[in-house]
Design a protein around this ligand. Sequence first.
Ligand code: 0FX
Length: 271
Amino acid sequence: MQRSYAVDDGRIIVDFGDLFRVSLKTLTLLGSAMKIFFITDNTQWFKFLNIWRRHRSEEVVIYCSPKGEKLFLEEIDAGEISPLDVKSEAKRLSENFDLGFSCHCKQIFPENLVKKIPCFNFHPGINPHNRGWFPQVFSIINGKPIGATVHKMDEQIDHGPIIAQKEVFIASDDTSKSVYDRVVEAEFELFYKWIDYLIVGEFDEVALDSPGNYNSISDFNKICEIDLGKKVTFKEAIDYFRAMTFDGYDNSFFLDKDGRKIYVSIDLKAE
Ligand code: 0FX
């Protein structure tokens, strides 16, 4: 059988004449290990990935952002995760790995990475609605859909073509924390359902039909201070306070006459 080799977009194509054309990706799946990196700045996601990778034949490396280092001091010491600046390391990543994943990575993957190897993002929101920071906070306030998305990454934030989504509900007694827990569960469900297909490249992708809306961390910080003079309905007030209520964080506050920050959260109980 005639056999020839060619390089196509950085991948070696082995051509077996008319019978087969097998990409290196397929060959590595059949034989030696593929190399996959994950970047996460989220402890729940790290624990999940660290268990998942124990059962895989691929070589899986987990990184965090340099700023996220303090979340993982013990794990860094144990060699389970290491800090990485994705912008300055983009070339090395694209040369050394077959695939990349962002699972709540707080750095933007640069163009010279996402255009070189397939990169995927697991995101705690329903793109294109409330792309960016803390989607469930904004969905409780503005009523836009919330859930989990896995999408192919482009150089814009939470923007590339969508592969799969799972929407979750928001109940009247939910707070930001209870919706967030539901969303993270939906993300892990999507991960289990799709990870093998993403690795072998068997998926369809649908481009966003609109850019939707984006919220930055400063958009979140701006809504933390309560304007005591603002007129709102009870519904708007309750929705605002439950959107800002998340165990472990002091979010919304007002300034009293002595200039002290008085934090406010809400306690809701269904009958
Ligand atoms: O890891 P993550 O859940 O996700 C965030 C963004 O929301 C997400 O869109 C982005 N892709 C990712 C890289 O970063 O963020 P977190 O662990 O900092 O916060 C989790 C939740 O905690 C957040 O949804 C709301 C709540 N929270 C967090 C902070 C820091 C607050 O209520 N107040 C806060 O000050």
